[in-house]
Design a protein around this ligand. Sequence first.
Ligand code: NG1
Length: 473
Amino acid sequence: MVQAKKEAAMNLPDGWDADELARARRLADQIRVGADARIFAARAPGRVNLIGEHTDYSGLPVLPVAIDRSTIVIAAANQTGEIEVANADSAWPSRRFAIERQIPPYDSGDWANYVKAAIQGVIDRFAARGKWRGASMVVGSRVPPASGLSSSSALTVSTALAFMAINQIELEPIDTATMVARSERYVGTHGGAMDQTVSILGRRDHALFIEFAPIRARAVKMPANAALVVADSREIADKSGTVRAEYNRRVVECSLAARILGRALKLDGVTVLGDVVRALPEWNAAELVEKLAAASPARLGADLKEAASILRVTQSALDAELLGHGSTRIALDLNRPLEILKRARHVLSETERVIGAADVLAAGRLDEMGTLMDASHQSLAGDFECSTNRLDAVVECARRGGALGARLTGAGFGGSIVALCEVAGADAVIESIDRGYYAKLDPVAPVENSRAVLHAGAGASVIDSSLRRLRSE
Ligand code: NG1
């Protein structure tokens, strides 16, 4: 829960354990303000998604956990009216920018675009407010970047919370999630709202069953005997380049599938597959896929002409609706056809799996949960085509080591896998990945940084303090 606390240690929001406080203190020491100046420490976790991959932007459910790795932003109001932001990791250079109605982005790939995204999101949400306080910020992250654990959302959420605190804005957690999810599109990825929502609403020892349109979440207790092994393939899923193009392409393909299906079923106003599912309480994936196959070729020309003709709309109207305009316009590779059927088959079958998984997990039936995760990976690899040889290899090693199920987690195209096992079996899974995967990588980097047993941790929160008080907490 997002909560500003003014009091000392005993009242700190969940997630602020001794380690996190020590990190906050070290970061706060880098900010140049007097010991009694008011500072805010915002903490937002990354996430690992258990199941429900590439469903959120179709408005369909997901089942992630917030992890016990977070990004912390320390912020103090400044007099310049600008945002000055430093990163504790020297690989990410300091940045300074003015708070304007439309903040121009840095070049694609610049880390501070996520900072700008957060600030722009707050400004857009509270557009009527004329004057904004600037802030000096220091960022420190323990969520590994580009590894499918949503370091981007941890940064965007923590920055938004810090900036809101500086400007004395309070918002319900669900509203904050909606705002930040939208604002992250500033970086050009047309993502859903899973990452931001679980980062904000996550609960210790629980997964979150999140539904969309509107966002709502139900906590599902993680069985006490369950362990989550997360292993990074060390293949970088860089969301500022080709991965972003592939991701956005999937968003377009899924929306086209939805529109064609909506038309075939005579449903009004369908733009995402979730609209179809919500209109048909008795739906099932196999039947919907069959209906789609009857209404459309499995793949369509990439210039949207064929899709426009099936949908009986003009190509330019479809282009504007699907690809957007301005700095967030999606570029489509016009040499490749758009996959419609396979993408819809993944999203719809995955939705059935997610709904099943929430019940199975709540009942502690880990074997069945593992089977669903395996099926999810197969569908992501085959129909959604977002796995890679390396991700498949790590998944395979986890299974060989006795995992009950394993799958890529996050957008894919590199990044991490998540394996479910019993607590007592976690070491064997890790050993199998070490031996079967990391040992064969060249050059050999310390494996300790690449895989771990992660725990479901608390969602984001803010501490309102002074340097002096933070030091004594
Ligand atoms: P990651 O793994 O953080 O790139 C992305 C999207 C999610 C979701 C997953 C796939 C963003 C910020 N995140 O996650 O919304 O669509 O892919 O399930 O775009």
